[in-house]
Design a protein around this ligand. Structure first.
Ligand code: NAD
Length: 512
C-alpha cells in the first residue's frame, strides 16, 4: 500500500453533476456525479477489501471473466460503438476500429498472456559467490491501481489499461475523462455481467480534482492525457512515492523520402492525420517531404482531403470525419491554423471551424503548406484534423526537423527501400516508428508502446504493459548450505587475499 497522508481535500465540484454532451450535436445525453475525496477514499477501501479474493482466483479464474467479457463485447458491438460515438462525436468506423475492436482484442490478449508474462522467471548468474543458488524473479500484483484517462478513445486509452491491471490480480479505480465517462460505465456493467466481483473495478466520475484525489489513494497510477497534466500527476505522486506510468502528448512526424510510394504515403497521411478527427495521440501531426516528390505528394493529399465527407456520425460508411470531442480543442486548432496563416502558410483545404449555425464542435479537415518551425502547427500538439506539409532538401533535414520537438511519441517514414526507411526510423527520437505505415503498431498488443522525451514514461502493451502493475520480487534460495563459509566472520587475511587473487584471475586477464 502506498504511504499516504490523510486527505481532507474534497472536490469543489462535490455533489455536482457533469452534463455529458454529444459533441456532434451539443445535446446533453446523460448526467454523471462528480466524486469528491471522501468518496474516492471509500472506493479505495472497497477496492482493497475485494482485491485478495480476486487475486486468489488465479490467472485461470480471472481469464475466464475476461474471456466472457470478450464475448460480451462482440455480442454488444452496436451498443458499445454507439455509446462511444455519442460521447465523442466520432465516425462509426473510428469507434469500431480504434475503440471497440481494440477492446475485443485486448480482453482476449490479456486473458491469454497475463500468465506467461507474469510467470516466475528462473535467473542464472555469472557471480561465483551466488553460483548454485536458486534465483527467481516473480511478480505480485501491487494491490489497487488508479487509471486516469483522456477523452479521445474511451475504450482504448481509458479502459484499455484497466484490463492488464485486472488480469494481473489488482483491483482498479478508473477515472475516465469528464468529457467521456459513459463508455466506462457501460463496460463496467459488462464486466459485472461476466462475473467480475463487485468492487474489483470501480468507475470514479469527476473532473481533475477527482483524479488528484485518486492519486492519493492508490498503489500505482496509470495516466494517459496531456503532458501538462502528466507533470502535475507525477509531482503529486512523488509526495507518496507512488509509481506512475505516463502516456502523454505527441507531435508525430511523417517523413516521405523521394523514393516513397507517393500514393500510399499520401493516402496514409490523410488517413492518419484525419482519423478520429485528428484526435489521436499518435496522429500524423506534421509531414516532411523530400523536394523531388513534394508537388506530387501535396497534389495527392489535397485531392484526397477534399473528398472527405465530414458530418453527423451515423451508420457505417455515411461519413469519414466526425466532430471534435472537446470544445476547447477547436479553439486550439483554429489558433494553430491562424498562426500559420499569419506567418505565411497557405491553406489548400479547409481551414475553418464549424459555422455558428451548426451546433456541436467542428473543424474542417485542413491541409497547410509553406509551413515551418516558427509556426505552432509544426511545434505544438494540435490534436485536430490538420495536416501541415513541409518541403525538405533531403533525409538529413527531415530527421533534424522530426527530432526538433520536445515530444517523442511516434513517427513514420516512407521509402520503397525498406532498409533505408528502417535506418531513418532508428534515428528518430520516438517511442515507436512505422516504416511505410503509421499508427497501426498500436494494434500489435505484443509490441511495447510508450513515449520518449515529453511524451511519457513507461510503456503499455507487451510484457512491460502488465509487469508495471506488479511488485517485482527477487528470491534467492540457498539449497545446499554449509554451516560456515570462508568469507564469513571473522575475516581472515589469507582468505581475503586468496579471494582477491581469484577475482583478479577471473576478471583481470583481458587487455585494457
Ligand atoms: P488531460 O490531461 O486534460 O486530461 C486527462 C485526464 O486527467 C482527465 O480524466 C482529467 O480529468 C484528468 N486530470 C486533469 N487534471 C488532473 C489532475 N490535476 N490530477 C489528476 N487527474 C487530472 O488530457 P485530455 O485533454 O483528456 O486528452 C488529450 C491529451 O491526451 C493529448 O495531449 C493526447 O496526446 C494525450 N493522449 C496520449 C495518449 C498516449 O498514449 N500517449 C493517448 C491518448 C491521449
Amino acid at each position: 500500500m502506498a504511504v499516504t497522508e490523510q486527505t481532507t481535500e474534497s472536490s469543489a465540484h462535490e455533489s455536482e453533476q457533469i452534463a455529458v454532451e454529444n459533441p456532434a450535436t451539443g445535446e446533453v445525453i446523460a448526467h454523471v456525479p462528480v466524486l469528491g475525496g471522501d468518496e474516492i477514499a471509500a472506493m479505495a477501501a472497497r477496492g482493497r477489501a475485494v482485491q485478495p479474493a480476486w487475486n486468489a482466483l488465479g490467472f485461470e479464474g480471472r481469464a475466464r471473466v475476461l474471456k466472457r467479457m470478450q464475448k460480451w463485447m462482440t455480442d454488444n458491438a452496436e451498443r458499445v460503438i454507439r455509446v462511444v460515438m455519442s460521447e465523442t462525436g466520432k465516425a462509426y468506423e473510428d469507434a469500431q476500429l480504434a475503440d471497440w475492436s481494440y477492446g475485443v482484442a485486448a480482453f482476449g490478449f490479456w486473458a491469454k498472456n497475463a500468465e506467461p508474462y507474469l510467470a516466475d522467471e528462473k535467473v542464472s548468474t555469472a557471480s561465483p559467490f551466488v553460483k548454485g543458488k536458486k534465483l527467481v524473479l516473480r511478480y505480485e500484483p501491487l494491490g489497487l491501481i488508479g487509471v486516469i484517462g483522456p477523452w479521445n478513445y474511451p475504450v482504448t486509452n481509458s479502459f484499455g489499461d484497466c484490463i492488464p491491471a485486472l488480469a494481473a490480480g489488482n483491483s482498479v479505480i478508473l477515472k475516465p475523462s469528464e468529457i467521456t465517462p459513459l463508455t466506462s460505465q457501460v463496460l463496467l456493467e459488462g464486466l459485472l455481467e461476466c462475473g467480475m466481483p463487485e468492487g474489483v473495478l470501480q468507475v470514479a466520475t469527476g473532473y481533475g480534482e477527482t483524479g488528484a484525489a485518486l492519486v492519493e489513494q492508490v498503489d500505482m497510477i496509470m495516466f494517459t492525457g496531456s503532458t501538462a497534466t502528466g507533470k502535475k500527476i507525477m509531482a503529486k505522486a512523488a509526495e507518496t512515492l507512488t509509481p506512475v506510468s505516463l502516456e502523454l502528448g505527441g507531435k508525430d512526424p511523417m517523413i516521405v523520402l523521394a523514393d516513397a510510394d507517393v500514393d500510399r504515403a499520401a493516402n496514409l497521411a490523410v488517413m492518419y492525420g484525419m482519423f478520429n478527427g485528428g484526435q489521436t495521440c499518435i496522429s500524423v501531426e506534421r509531414v516532411y517531404v523530400e523536394e523531388p516528390i513534394y508537388d506530387e505528394f501535396v497534389a495527392k493529399v489535397t485531392e484526397k482531403a477534399r473528398s472527405l465527407r465530414q458530418g453527423l456520425p451515423g451508420d457505417a460508411g455515411t461519413i469519414d470525419v466526425g466532430s471534435m470531442t472537446f470544445p476547447p480543442q477547436v479553439d486550439i486548432v483554429e489558433r494553430h491554423v491562424e498562426d500559420a496563416k499569419a506567418k505565411g502558410a497557405r491553406v489548400l483545404v479547409g481551414g475553418h471551424r464549424g459555422g455558428a449555425d451548426r451546433p456541436g464542435n467542428w473543424f474542417e479537415p485542413t491541409v497547410l503548406v509553406d509551413v515551418d518551425h516558427t509556426m505552432e502547427c509544426m511545434t505544438e500538439e494540435t490534436f485536430g484534423p490538420t495536416l501541415p506539409i513541409m518541403k525538405v532538401a533531403d533525409a538529413e533535414e527531415a530527421i533534424r526537423l522530426a527530432n526538433d520537438s520536445p515530444y517523442g511519441l511516434a513517427a513514420s517514414v516512407f521509402s520503397k527501400d525498406v532498409a533505408k526507411g528502417e535506418a531513418v526510423a532508428r534515428r528518430i527520437q520516438a517511442g515507436a516508428v512505422c516504416v511505410n505505415d503509421a499508427l497501426i503498431n498500436y494494434l500489435a498488443l505484443e509490441l511495447p508502446m510508450g513515449g520518449a522525451k515529453a511524451s511519457g514514461m513507461g510503456t503499455r502493451h507487451g510484457k512491460g504493459g502488465i509487469r508495471k502493475f506488479c511488485q517485482h520480487q527477487s528470491i534467492l534460495v540457498t539449497r545446499f548450505a554449509l554451516k560456515d563459509e570462508p568469507q564469513m566472520y571473522p575475516y581472515k587475511p589469507k582468505i581475503t587475499k586468496g579471494l582477491q587473487k581469484a577475482i583478479k584471475f577471473m576478471y583481470g586477464r583481458g587487455k585494457r
